[in-house]
Design a protein around this ligand. Structure first.
Ligand code: SF4
Length: 335
């Protein structure tokens, strides 16, 4: 039984059922959050406790490969107990340290420009495996994280139960104590879950991978759009902002000749005009197996200026880790 998979109340229950005092749960939760996951390093928990619960341990993924960029970005290939591999990325910002984690091994959404989904979905990650990614990245970098982004391999809303549990564990004051507002979850647009997420976690940031402002064009590069068309997605986003009062981030990756000309920009402006949102423009990290050419940074800046002029806040994402396998899924694909 992996301690990282348990919420505090679940851990407490297991401990009490073994005839041990419930307060040990908080102690263990605190140690684990600090990265002290070995039983010997939890100094105020006696050996006899662990002997009475031999199956209760904290399991971290193995750090199989580490790439370090000159700009401080660190990317790791992490191997789960059953051999499945995922990626996680550590990034340094002015406001703190952020980790981008994977929510699934593989992905079944099939976005045309993405390396992560190339071999389909292998399996969902558990809440504890996602937590393990955070602890492994803190171990690999020697740094503590303050912000968390669920934007790596996988569609988080396709693994919603585990994602929800993971967020609750991250937010627990006895453990990591990460503020809900320091957590961002990104989806390609699973509408029913967007509605649920707004009810369950109104304080957590929501990002939508948009990448096209025309429904037909979006279906070409994001098959999810055939099930949940753009107009319905935007409706769901409006419901979300009305309900939560929170701004949505739209991620727009510029792909040369696919979504980066004047016409695309005009469609994007009219789609988002008047919405409580922010647009994050991302020059594509090219994946050679996919054959797409990145839109230029200059074009991204043109998009930003035009959006801003129309009252839609926009930024061009700083390129981090461009000297390592920065595109999501690349490192995993190689291995
Ligand atoms: S972009 Fe995200 S949702 Fe689309 S295939 Fe890649 S991991 Fe899956």
């Amino acid at each position: 039984m992996n301690i990282l998979d348990l919420e505090l109340k679940e851990l407490e229950k297991i401990i009490k059922e073994a005839g041990q005092p419930g307060f040990r749960a908080k102690q263990i939760f605190g140690w684990v959050a600090k990265g002290d996951t070995e039983t010997e390093s939890m100094r105020n928990v006696p050996k006899s406790f662990w002997e009475s619960l031999p199956e209760l341990r904290a399991e971290l993924p193995e750090i199989e490969q580490t790439q370090r960029s000159k700009d401080g970005t660190v990317k790791c290939l992490l191997r789960m107990k059953d051999g499945k591999a995922v990626e996680a990325v550590f990034m340094k910002y002015k406001y703190g340290n952020s980790v981008c984690i994977s929510s699934q091994a593989g992905c079944r959404m099939g976005c045309a420009f993405c390396a992560s989904g190339m071999n389909g979905l292998e399996r969902d990650l558990t809440a504890g495996e996602m937590y393990g990614e955070i602890l492994a990245m803190e171990k690999a970098t020697g740094e503590k994280i303050s912000h968390l982004v669920v934007m790596g391999t996988g569609e988080p809303f396709d693994n919603y139960e585990n994602l929800s549990k993971f967020i609750r564990i991250m937010n627990d004051p006895s453990g990591k104590n990460l503020g809900m507002r320091n957590i961002t979850v990104s989806t390609c647009g699973l509408i029913p879950v967007i509605d649920r997420f707004g009810d369950d976690f109104p304080q957590v940031n929501l990002a939508i991978s948009l990448h096209a402002a025309d429904s037909e064009e979006r279906s070409e590069i994001m098959p999810v759009n055939r099930a949940y068309p753009l107009a319905d997605l935007i409706e769901a986003c409006r419901r979300y902002t009305e309900k939560t009062g929170r701004r949505i981030t739209f991620e727009y990756t510029l792909i040369h000749g696919v979504n980066d000309d004047r016409g695309h920009l005009d469609k994007l402006v009219s789609l988002l005009h008047g919405m409580l949102c922010h647009v994050n423009l991302i020059p594509l990290n090219a994946v050679k197996e996919k054959g797409f050419v990145p839109g230029t940074r200059e074009r991204a800046e043109e998009f930003r200026d035009a959006l801003e002029k129309r009252g839609i806040p926009a930024t061009v994402r700083r390129e981090l880790g461009s000297d390592i396998d920065a595109a999501c899924g690349q490192l995993r694909l190689k291995n």
